[in-house]
Ligand binder design. Structure first.
Ligand code: TYD
Length: 139
């Protein structure tokens, strides 16, 4: 995938499968079945104070972000356009396309944002400087 060309419209909200009965809800995500990649890594953000997180881009990494508890705003930026997604249900996920700048903020009290990732942690996959990101997108 040429991730220099991806746009905010390549990100989309998806409904996560859920099963409910009188014992409550269960949601499930299976790599390569419910999402277009195999899951190599899971991490989660929690006890986040006021400050925003993220503020970087990935060259290849694909992710599914889920607010498993509480809510969080995720703003995607392709250098030309920005789009903010509100994650506020454990059965809603945001499929994050590679090659986009992302910022996470507005964490509600007690929010937990879980991220399912297509790759192991690789520092070389990060773009942490916004001007470098714009250059990467050839803007
Ligand atoms: P950082 O990339 O700054 O978090 P954010 O997603 O909010 O930008 O990561 C914080 C620290 O955690 C940093 O020292 C790198 C480390 N880290 C790992 O070791 N493995 C991981 O999978 C992730 C996402 C972060």
């Amino acid at each position: 995938m040429n991730t220099k060309k991806t746009t905010v419209d390549d990100c989309k909200m998806v409904d996560i499968r859920k099963f409910s009965d009188d014992r409550g809800y269960l949601s499930v995500v299976e790599g390569e079945l419910d999402i277009p990649f195999a899951i190599k890594r899971i991490y989660y953000l929690y006890m986040v104070p006021e400050a925003a997180r993220g503020a970087h881009a990935h060259k290849q990494l694909q992710q599914l972000m889920i607010a498993t508890s509480g809510s969080v705003h995720v703003t995607m930026d392709d250098g030309k356009n920005k789009k903010t997604f509100v994650l506020d249900k454990p059965w809603k996920g945001l499929l994050v396309a590679p090659g986009l700048w992302r910022t996470l903020d507005n964490f509600s009290g007690g929010a937990v944002c879980m991220v399912l990732a297509s790759e192991h942690y690789e520092d070389e996959d990060y773009i942490r400087d916004y001007d470098e990101f714009l250059k990467y997108k050839s803007l």
